[in-house]
Design a protein around this ligand. Structure first.
Ligand SMILES: Nc1nc2c(c(=O)[nH]1)N[C@H]1C(S)=C(S)[C@@H](COP(=O)(O)O)O[C@H]1N2
Ligand SMILES: [Mo]
Length: 396
C-alpha cells in the first residue's frame, strides 16, 4: 500500500500559523487557565478544608461568583486551546523530530501540556453535561490533573517568554514608528518585514477574529447556566429555572432512594451535642422562629441559581439545643447511597444568621426532590454541601 505523504512544516502557510497568532491566543488561554485553576483550587479547598483554610460566608454570592468564573473560563479555554493547537500544528511536522535534549524535553512537555489541558477541559465539559463516561471519581482526577496542567503551563510560559515578548511587542509597536518607546525597548533582532504571504485559508487577523468570536459564542451560549441576565441568550445552557419550584433538581428523591424515608411521619431530626441528643419532629421545627433568605445554589456541575428560602437559622437552632453558634456541625442525610449525603458546616457558617435549616423554598413547603422535610442552605457554599433530606446534626 502506498504511504500518504507526511506534510512538511513549510507547507502550512497563511495567517493562522506563526508566533504572533500563537502568542496572542496563548496569552488569553494562559489567563483563562489561571482563572480556572485558582477558582478550581478554591472550590477544592472549600470542599476539603485543611486546618489553615478560611472561607467567608459573605457576600452570599461569593462562591457563585468563583464557580461561575471557573466554568466560564473553562468554556472560553476550549476554542482558545483548539485555535492555539491549530496555530502550532505545523510544528508537529518539524524535522528532525528531535534536535537536541532540550528540544526533546520541550516537545515532551508540550505533549504533557496539551494532554492535560485537553483532559481538564473535556472532563469539565462532560461534568457540566452530567455525562460520566468514565469510571473514576471525577473531582479527584480533575483536581489531580489540574496540577499537571498548571505545572506544565508554568514551564511552558517560562520557556516561551522570550518568544511571547518578541511576538507581542512586534504586534503592538509597528515598525513604522520606532521612535516612540525605542529607548526603553530591549535590543531586538531586526524584525523581518511582514512578508506578503500567499494567503489561502485565514489571514492572521481573520483567524484571530474568528477565534475571539468562537470564544464569545461559546461563553454566551452557555454562561446563562450561571449568569442570570444571560439566561435567555444561552441556548446551550444546561440548566434552567423551569425546575420544580423554580429551581433545578440536582439529584431526585428517587435517585437518592429516600422517597419513603423522607415522607415518613416518624421522621425525626436528631441534634447531637455534648449534652446529649435532642429530637425534633417537623412540627417542632415549624414552631421555632423562622427567617427568610435569598440564597443561591451554586452547583459544582456548573449551574447556579437564586432562590428564596425559609427556615430556622443555625444560630437559633444551636441555641435551642444549648450549643454555641460558631461550632462546627456535621450534617447527615437520609440519603445513604450517594456521595453527597453528608457535609460539615464550618463555624463561620453556623454563626451566620443566613445559614438555614430550610423548610420552605420559593414560598412553598420544600418538595421532596429539594430535600423535604428539611435541608441545609448556607451562603457562599458549593451546592454539593447544601445537604438535602437532613436527619442528623452533630455539634462537633
Ligand atoms: N443528600 C443529598 N443532598 C444533596 C445532594 C445529594 O446528592 N444528596 N446533591 C447536592 C448538590 S450537588 C446540589 S447542586 C444541591 C442541589 O439542590 P437542589 O436539587 O434542591 O437544586 O443539592 C445538594 N444536596
Ligand atoms: Mo451540585
Amino acid at each position: 500500500m502506498e504511504k500518504l505523504p507526511i506534510p512538511r512544516e513549510e507547507q502550512f502557510k497563511g495567517g493562522a500559523h506563526g508566533e504572533r497568532v500563537t502568542a496572542r491566543i496563548g496569552s488569553l488561554l494562559g489567563l483563562a487557565f489561571l482563572i480556572c485553576f485558582v477558582t478550581g483550587l478554591l472550590s477544592h479547598l472549600i470542599q476539603h478544608p485543611p486546618e489553615w483554610f478560611f472561607w467567608p460566608s459573605r457576600p452570599v454570592w461569593l462562591y457563585r461568583l468563583t464557580q461561575g468564573a471557573h466554568v466560564i473560563s473553562g468554556i472560553a479555554a476550549i476554542p482558545l486551546l483548539l485555535a492555539k493547537l491549530w496555530s502550532v500544528f505545523p510544528k508537529l511536522f518539524e524535522r528532525p523530530l528531535v534536535k537536541s535534549l532540550p528540544h526533546a524535553l520541550e516537545r515532551v512537555s508540550i505533549l504533557v501540556l496539551s494532554g492535560s489541558a485537553f483532559f481538564e477541559l473535556s472532563s469539565g465539559l462532560l461534568n457540566v453535561a452530567q455525562n460520566y463516561p468514565w469510571n473514576f471519581y471525577f473531582p479527584e482526577v480533575h483536581y489531580a490533573v489540574a496540577w499537571v496542567a498548571i505545572g506544565s503551563v508554568v514551564v511552558h510560559v517560562a520557556v516561551k517568554l522570550p518568544i511571547v515578548r518578541r511576538a507581542l511587542t512586534r504586534e503592538t509597536v509597528p515598525e513604522e514608528q520606532p521612535d516612540t518607546k525605542s529607548a526603553a525597548q530591549p535590543e531586538e533582532q531586526p524584525a523581518k518585514k511582514a512578508e506578503k504571504k500567499p494567503v489561502y485559508g485565514f489571514t492572521r487577523r481573520g483567524f484571530l477574529r474568528t477565534t475571539w468570536i468562537a470564544t464569545g459564542v461559546a461563553v454566551l451560549s452557555t454562561a446563562g447556566a450561571t449568569v442570570p441576565w444571560l439566561k435567555d441568550v444561552s441556548g446551550l445552557s444546561w440548566k434552567t429555572d423551569k425546575g420544580l419550584q423554580k429551581l433545578p433538581v440536582n439529584r431526585t428523591a428517587v435517585a437518592a432512594r429516600v422517597t419513603r424515608t423522607a415522607v415518613d411521619p416518624n421522621w425525626r431530626l436528631s441534634v447531637v451535642t455534648r449534652g446529649g441528643t435532642k429530637q425534633f419532629t417537623l412540627a417542632d421545627l415549624r414552631v421555632l422562629p423562622q427567617v427568610s433568605a435569598d440564597l443561591p445554589i451554586a452547583c459544582v456541575e456548573g449551574w447556579s441559581q437564586m432562590a428564596s428560602w425559609r427556615g430556622i437559622s443555625f444560630p437559633t437552632l444551636l441555641r435551642a439545643v444549648g450549643a454555641e453558634p460558631g461550632a462546627q456541625v456535621r450534617v447527615s442525610s437520609l440519603d445513604k447511597t450517594g456521595l453527597y449525603g453528608a457535609s460539615t458546616l464550618p463555624g463561620e457558617h453556623t454563626a451566620d444568621d443566613l445559614t438555614l435549616l430550610a423548610l420552605e423554598l420559593n414560598g412553598e413547603v420544600l418538595d421532596v426532590d429539594h430535600g423535604y422535610p428539611c435541608r441545609v442552605i448556607a451562603p457562599s457554599r458549593p451546592g454539593v454541601l447544601q445537604t438535602k433530606w437532613v436527619e442528623k446534626l452533630e455539634v462537633l
